[in-house]
Design a protein around this ligand. Sequence first.
Ligand code: PLP
Length: 451
Amino acid sequence: MTTVHEPTATTPTATAPGGTTALSVWPASTTESARGDVAVGGVPLAEVADRFGTPVYVLDEAEVRDRCRTYRDAFPDAGILYAAKAFLCRAMARWVDEEGLGLDVCSAGELELAVTTGFPPERIVLHGNAKSPRDLDTALRLGVGRVVIDSPAEIARLAAAVGPDGHQKVMVRVVPGIAAGGHDKIRTGTDDQKFGLSIADGYAQHAITRILDQPQLDLTGLHCHLGSQITSVKPYLVAVRRLVGLMARLHEQHGLVLPELDLGGGHGIAYRPGEPALDLTALARKVRAELADACATAGLPVPRLLIEPGRAVVGPAGIALYRVLAVKHTGEHVFVAVDGGMSDNPRPALYGVRYAPRLIGRPGTAAPARVTVVGRHCEAGDVLAADVELPADVRPGDLLAVPVAGAYHLSMASAYNLVGRPPLVAVRDGLARLLVRRESLADLRSRDVGL
Ligand SMILES: *Cc1c(COP(=O)(O)O)cnc(C)c1O
């Protein structure tokens, strides 16, 4: 296995414009008023909090669309598939479609929501290390573009479901043996985790031979996904080499020429001012060069590149708004407790992610104090932001905004403590509109059908 060390430099890159200023990780549309109000998409956040209540997620539509366009500009010849698990609702599916991206889904639910919203199924790729019969049936019924095979058992199951006269394009998820990514729990390129088929131990080649034996499965290419929150280009270049190496062996053994190569997602973003982000321009340039070079060496035509960004498309476009309910001084610590927490953002508890919340809605003129922002849930680990600076006079009733809350927030939210998941409001051109409403007790009670 190859461990590719992430650079420790804090130099922000092209995807983190503005660098270290307080608003550098906020959407480009963000403005500040002297009264301490912050507006996104032309809508003051305090107004959103008043109108829709808190906690609430705010999503800047123009920022999402701009990020889709940035990808298309950086990778004009590649297929760009937005990874729906980062965040999906019907409007998001529509924006992504209108911006010309494809979609990467990993369940019948994500797939069906997108297709019933009008997303073209041929531009959708289905993933999953353990696809259920319903996942596969839905994929075939709706005519999904590609199914990414992730285990040997899936091959015969899929071939049987397709039937002798059917046809389904498939890819194979291989494990290139590369350790990259922001945290152990989001590293998926190594041989000791559950995803994909290893190149090193021959599983990938074996599975591919079996796919080639199934005439109704049409293998279009190899896929890999190294992990998430990767901030350097290097691991992707190593992956290109390994995958083209496998393609060369497949060409020798089977005369196979695969037209596609999917490098997955995982493009890292800055959550706090000064943190590094993956430089998309450099990624595009270097991956293209590496792919051309590796294919020339192997005597293979250059396959079409596919990439699957999730976080980097939607993460920086979202803000989470909370109201402060209590401020507690305990020994050395100041705990600022808000009306949300691990039910709407489990990421700090899951993988120790750090955020930079800020006070909004009034001038924060008091000297900064070190505080820990905690949630309202019944666990000591329910921390949203440990050891951050907020004005020392922060008090109940204040509003806190947490930037970079667009990815893996609502999509990972739970009904813990029956608080109900927050609503999601889109802002654009000075207008706010509700896309996903707040989960009510009635919603939760409607599932509770026994007594
Ligand atoms: C999660 C995932 C992605 C997207 O990852 P990000 O870190 O959000 O870019 C892409 N492809 C696959 C297969 C994934 O599982």
